[in-house]
Unconditional design. Sequence first.
Length: 252
Amino acid sequence: MSCFSLKKNCCCLLLSCALSSMVFAEEPKVVDINSINGGDVIETELLNSYGENSFFTLSEIPDAVWEKMQGKTYQENPFIKREDLRYLRLLHVDYDRKVRLGEMVCNRAIAEDLREIFFILYKNKYPIAHIRLADEYNADDEIQMRENNTSCFVFRFITGSDYLSYHARGLAVDLNPRTNPYCKLQKDGTLFVQPMNSGVFCERDDNFVYKIDKQDLAYKLFISHGFTWGGEWRTLKDYCHFEKETMQLSSY
């Protein structure tokens, strides 16, 4: 064998060994952000890849969400139909400062209001514990409020009446209800509180974190968008509750 052939074979062998020992970086995985579930943590890398605006979307109710709502937040009725509602996906910062994907169903009349409000809250790192569909809690107010879940649409009548609640119209939002509960002094002098484990938070002179008052950013944003606050009601206080009256109410 010639020296040239020997050198050529040696070079090929060395190249083969070098290639076999190299560790190649994997191709980056492409994530379909539409496949991300409500409540999931959104990592910084994903935020940088898609941009935070991509996570604030508004659409008609997807089939999968509509199916989940049946018999829970949605009951067959002559007042509110699927086309009256919108599905909102958004980002929020939780109590541990993690960025999570939130989901909410609301009336189409306030959908743009809510997208703008929650975008500003997110940009200001306003802490919101959870924003999950109420269906994840079987549309049970007590359960989801205990879990401090922020939500909007749940079809129901006001207790003891034939009137639709603002939540049944998708025109009200309960924000961080665990620390901003519903408090009503009853005729017998007892205090009715919802969620039931939040009585201590009915005392609004106390200082505690995540308290909604008139200096709070969420209060200012909702009021500026034409909402009223349950914390200003006279006969009872619903400190987590923001609602907006619209022209659509005339049809209910």
